[in-house]
Design a protein around this ligand. Structure first.
Ligand code: MSP
Length: 513
């Protein structure tokens, strides 16, 4: 059976260099992409940069740079970050690319053809920072300035000719769709917010701008550029070569399995995007997940607040895998979370160095001395061994189901409890006291190694490089990692050499220790 999986991150505004919030979305998407890959799926994983609109035009002007040159520079820092974060993205799209422009203009024409776009005039509030329109009741006054209530971004008054998308027409079909597809929007609390927003009544949406030119021209009326969100959202299909719906990529990967986004942009993805797609008679993505924010102090990070956390600084200080582990474990998925240096150091010392790293060192050192440095051959499992091995077999499908429900917390808890139990098993079994019962000693070592192998497979989506480092014990390389083999109790070949590995994680000396 062909198993395809398509996951996307938001495409990031290259108005300033990337921060921890961007890194978070990308790392979470990479977690799912890697899991699906080792579970036998053909994975398409898209990320990129959203380069049009007034926000970017003004940022470039401020630097005195040509807008495209400015985008080239900052987009590159996002592309570089993808590498630094060890993402497995299969594509990186820029909305200034030809393939994208062609796709957006085609979608526009489809909407126009179906009478979903008409020319009128927009009078109302606009936030350049959010690239969003707001109604009177969505704004407030803060320090003498009008701002959007939700984002606190300044708004300005617009009065200009604009094309409109008949969003109001799609109110009922959207509500029907949410109703028939209860898993379309997650998590649940955010889904309810979206539904009440739609139930509150949808107004037609302004989808072009006339007062600046940094955008994709409206077909047949190049005094207008296409609204940056209609432009940006289309990236998810332009990367699959839409409008060529016969294209291999499009046929294989559309509709997407997951659009992973931050909660701040849920309305665009769960209301506008599906409405555009319904209007253009294009199938809808299967799931939209709006995750929480990484807070700096108690606030969302933003350039204007000057509270940006730089992922590169943390990586330079602690390494990439500890950061990935921390973001996946300590930020309860769906909720907001903080980066605390103290907790990050605890993760490294306790989970990574003690529970995982030490276990690997301990069992290999023991096997080196007592099993001639080889994976034991002569073994016979008893109930204690089977109990710890069976845990993986018994949960293999449940874990898959939880992954499809995007329950990262379940996944990480499973690993942590397995590590705890394996350490306890090795201690309780006391193989060092079994030197006169070689078969038992061999079986304990084999069982422990087998569990280390299973856990390393499961850690691959979270801390890929460290997982590969651990798997060097068995000379297992990346292409051999196969999730479905975690139910195999006899995966490791007896007689094979056990390789000594370097320390996986160095403990941090904490100031208050
Ligand atoms: N360009 C739009 C998205 C278009 S998608 C078709 C945009 N860009 S953004 O750069 O401002 O933010 C993109 C995403 O970065 C957010 O939705 C979120 O996923 C992530 N984050 C930005 N700041 C964040 C935090 N402080 N915390 C967690 N994620 C945040 O919106």
């Amino acid at each position: 059976m062909v198993k395809n999986f398509y996951i996307t991150t938001p495409i990031y505004y290259p108005s300033a260099k990337p921060h921890m919030g961007h890194a978070y979305s990308s790392i979470i998407a990479d977690f799912f992409a890697r899991f699906k890959k080792i579970d036998g799926f053909d994975v398409n994983f898209l990320t990129g940069t959203d380069e049009h609109g007034l926000k970017i035009q003004r940022a470039a002007e401020k630097k005195g740079l040509d807008t495209l040159k400015f985008c080239d520079e900052i987009s590159k820092t996002f592309r570089d970050l993808s590498k630094t974060l060890n993402l497995t993205n299969t594509d990186f799209i820029r909305t200034t690319e030809k393939r994208h422009q062609k796709s957006v203009q085609h979608l526009w024409k489809e909407l126009k053809k179906n009478d979903d776009i008409y020319l009128s005039k927009y009078s109302g509030w606009y936030s350049v920072s959010d690239e969003a329109f707001y109604t009177d009741d969505e704004i407030e006054e803060l320090n003498g300035k009008k701002v959007a209530i939700t984002s606190k971004s300044p708004v300005e008054w617009l009065d200009e000719e604009s094309y409109f998308f008949r969003l109001s027409k799609w109110e009922k079909p959207l509500l029907d769709y949410y109703n028939k597809n209860p898993d379309f929007i997650s998590p649940k609390t955010r889904k309810n917010e979206v539904i009440s927003f739609v139930k509150g009544g949808l107004k037609d949406l302004s989808v072009s701008r006339k007062s600046f030119s940094w955008g994709i021209p409206v077909p047949d009326d190049n005094k207008h550029v296409i609204y940056v969100w209609l432009d940006a959202l289309t990236n998810y299909i332009s990367a699959l070569n839409y409008p060529n719906t016969d294209d291999e990529l499009y046929k294989k990967f559309w509709p997407a399995n997951i659009h992973l986004i931050g909660k701040d942009i849920l309305r665009f993805h769960a209301v506008y995007w599906p409405a555009f797609l319904l209007a253009a008679k294009i199938p809808l993505p299967k799931k939209i997940y709006g995750h929480g924010w990484i807070l700096s102090g108690d606030e969302k990070m933003s350039k204007s607040k000057g509270n940006i956390l730089d992922p590169i600084e943390i990586i330079d200080q602690y390494g990439l895998d500890p950061l990935r582990y921390y973001l996946i474990k300590e930020v309860s998925f769906g909720n907001d979370g903080n980066i605390s240096q103290d907790k990050l150091e605890d993760c490294i010392n306790s989970d990574l160095a003690n529970n995982f790293g030490n276990l690997c060192q301990r069992v290999t050192a023991f096997a080196e001395k007592n099993c001639e440095g080889k994976i034991p051959n002569n073994i016979e499992f008893n109930n204690d061994d089977l109990k710890i091995l069976d845990k993986f077999k018994d949960n293999i499908d449940l874990i898959r189901k939880k992954i499809d429900e995007l329950d990262i917390n379940f996944y990480i808890d499973f690993i942590i409890s397995s590590l705890f139990e394996t350490n306890k098993y090795f201690n309780d079994q006391e193989p060092w006291k079994k030197k006169d019962d070689i078969k038992r000693l061999n079986t304990i070592v084999y069982t422990t190694l087998e569990v280390v192998r299973k856990i390393s497979f499961m850690l691959y989506p979270i801390i890929p490089q460290s997982s590969l480092n651990a798997l060097k014990i068995f000379s297992i390389n990346e292409s051999e990692i196969d999730y479905s083999s975690i139910n195999d109790h006899n995966f490791l070949n007896g007689g094979n050499t056990i390789h000594k590995i370097d320390i996986l994680f160095k403990k941090i000396e904490k100031k208050n220790d």
